[in-house]
Design a binder for this molecule. Structure first.
Ligand code: SF4
Length: 426
């Protein structure tokens, strides 16, 4: 992991929502933790639904929520929406610079502009001045999909192809960077520097190349994203590969994962990515589970899903919980976990910080495991236990004995053996 690239900081929000810092490390500031953004999927002018969606995304952990404002009725709804929500709101503006001015007037916390479709110099200056007066930052988002004037594509490709010729996406990189430089010059002329930059593409390798090049040329915080990533199932891989690579290289100050699905998944997966890279302190439990194999003797997939749902709703402490299929890898994972179960033949042994606390039938595993998690959470809160501590080393149980039917079989054999001995005549 590389340390975060220092940038100018920007600040999003107000007294009511709290002020979120994005980026930092230059100008005597410290880098802020990488934040997670998402965007509502419903109509902004449908105030009640929009507010409900923003609440849902904020509760899921979104640090910033963006809303589309394609029409005047959308910017007109903003005032009411802002009064009913408590997370910084960004107005996503395309085509009509007036929507940006209206959003600033309504009290929004940040504006997103697309140089591909708001590029009249005077109009851009008007938006910059309004944001400067209101002390609002602007994200300049160049999207591969909307940056090229279609008629010009072949010509531009030819002109710019020589730059970055060693890159797979050479001409596109050149267009994006040229467009950014040209556009940001207008901002600098107005002495406006509260800027975040994004350069999204649906191609993960293009995203890695674009942000890497941009990070060398600009000192503004970077908003990372793979645009139009597709359905969650494949979009997840596309996004995590690109964003994970950049973040591991210290590039990226705020992220948005985009799926053709409920945006709550974007928040869940964005946070999980940051937790996994150690860039955010985990909230709630971390679940470790084995993939199962031919040794499995319980319905582990159902158990894992049930445990996951219960942990999500009931546990707020960042404890590690392991649900393992058998004694092969169970003890190892259980040693590193705060609460663990590893299964045998229709049963499971439960441990808390290495100490065995129960050996139960399969149908009791979920309840007992959750009971131990809740008790452990109480102990953490009371200060009588510490996360990640191990009280004793786990001694792996005998898989044929304590863990399964072997236990009953052996007991039966012992009884049968005793009966045989008793009945035996010399
Ligand atoms: S823990 Fe056991 S059941 Fe799970 S994958 Fe490993 S060997 Fe297979």
């Amino acid at each position: 992991m590389q340390p975060p690239r220092p940038t100018r900081p920007i600040f999003v929000g107000d007294q009511r929502t709290g002020v979120l810092q994005i980026g930092g490390g230059l100008d005597g500031t410290r880098s802020a933790p990488v934040s997670v953004q998402t965007m509502t999927a419903g109509y902004t002018h449908d105030v009640d639904k929009c507010v409900a969606e923003i609440h849902k995304l904020h509760s899921a952990g979104a640090d910033v929520v963006r809303v589309a404002v394609p029409e005047k009725k959308d910017t007109e709804a903003l005032k009411e929406i802002l009064a009913q929500t408590s997370v910084p709101i960004v107005a996503d503006v395309h085509f009509h610079f007036k929507r940006a001015l209206e959003a600033v007037e309504a009290g929004v916390h940040k504006i997103r502009l697309n140089p591909g479709n708001i590029n009249d110099r005077e109009q851009v200056i008007e938006v910059i001045r309004a944001c400067k007066d209101a002390k609002l930052p602007i994200r300049v988002g160049v999207n591969e999909g909307s940056i090229i004037e279609r008629r010009d594509k072949q010509k531009r490709a030819k002109e710019l192809g020589a730059f970055f010729s060693d890159h797979k996406h050479g001409y596109m990189l050149a267009i994006m960077i040229a467009k950014l430089e040209e556009y940001l010059d207008i901002f600098y002329e107005q002495d406006f520097h509260d800027i975040a930059i994004s350069a999204k593409s649906m191609d993960a390798t293009m995203v890695i190349d674009a942000y890497t090049e941009i990070s060398k040329r600009f000192d503004h915080p970077l908003h990372l994203g793979v645009t139009h990533a597709g359905p969650k199932e494949t979009g997840c891989i596309r996004s995590v590969v690109a964003l994970g690579t950049l973040l591991a290289n210290g590039i990226g100050d705020t992220i948005r994962i985009s799926y053709a699905n409920d945006p709550v998944y974007e928040v869940d997966d964005g946070l999980e990515l940051l937790y996994t890279l150690g860039l955010r302190e985990r909230k709630g439990a971390e679940l470790i589970a084995c993939p199962t194999c031919g040794r499995i003797q319980v319905d582990l997939f159902s158990l894992v899903q049930e445990v996951r749902a219960k942990l999500e709703s009931d546990i707020q402490v960042p404890m590690k919980v392991a649900v393992m299929g058998c004694v092969v890898n169970g003890p190892g994972e259980a040693e590193g976990a705060d609460v663990a179960v590893f299964a045998g033949d229709r049963r499971g042994i439960i441990y808390v910080q290495g100490e065995k606390v129960a050996n139960v039938n399969e149908d009791e595993i979920l309840d007992r495991l959750l009971k131990e998690c809740l008790a452990f959470q109480d102990a953490i809160r009371a200060g009588t236990a510490k996360l990640g501590e191990k009280k004793v080393d786990i001694v792996p149980p005998d898989p044929l004995g304590e863990l399964g039917s072997g236990w009953e079989k052996m007991a039966a054999e012992r009884i049968r053996g005793a009966e045989l001995t008793v009945g035996k005549s010399d």
